[in-house]
Design a protein around this ligand. Structure first.
Ligand SMILES: [Zn+2]
Length: 80
């Protein structure tokens, strides 16, 4: 609550998003990404842990040389 988009100042909403990532010739569409999404400009901001998971997925896809991959992140376990 109360977080603001650093790009446009819009309100950030925590949601589970489907986000496309492009790395070179590889396109990876990641579903189930827990992100804070700006209501105004639509920019999505990932938390550190989620960003790490997405980065690992992207690196794996690039390493395998896939052109298009659709993956679903497993829900993060509830942290105590
Ligand atoms: Zn924004």
């Amino acid at each position: 609550m109360g977080k603001r988009c650093p790009l446009c100042g819009g309100r950030l909403e925590e949601k589970t998003a489907t986000l496309p990532f492009v790395v070179g010739d590889t396109v990876v569409i990641v579903k189930g990404v827990a992100a804070e999404v700006c209501e105004d400009c639509g920019e999505a901001f990932l938390g550190g842990k989620v960003a790490d998971e997405v980065t690992a997925l992207l690196q794996d896809a690039v390493h395998r040389g896939v052109e298009l991959s659709v993956v679903t992140l497993s829900p993060a376990p509830a942290s105590s």
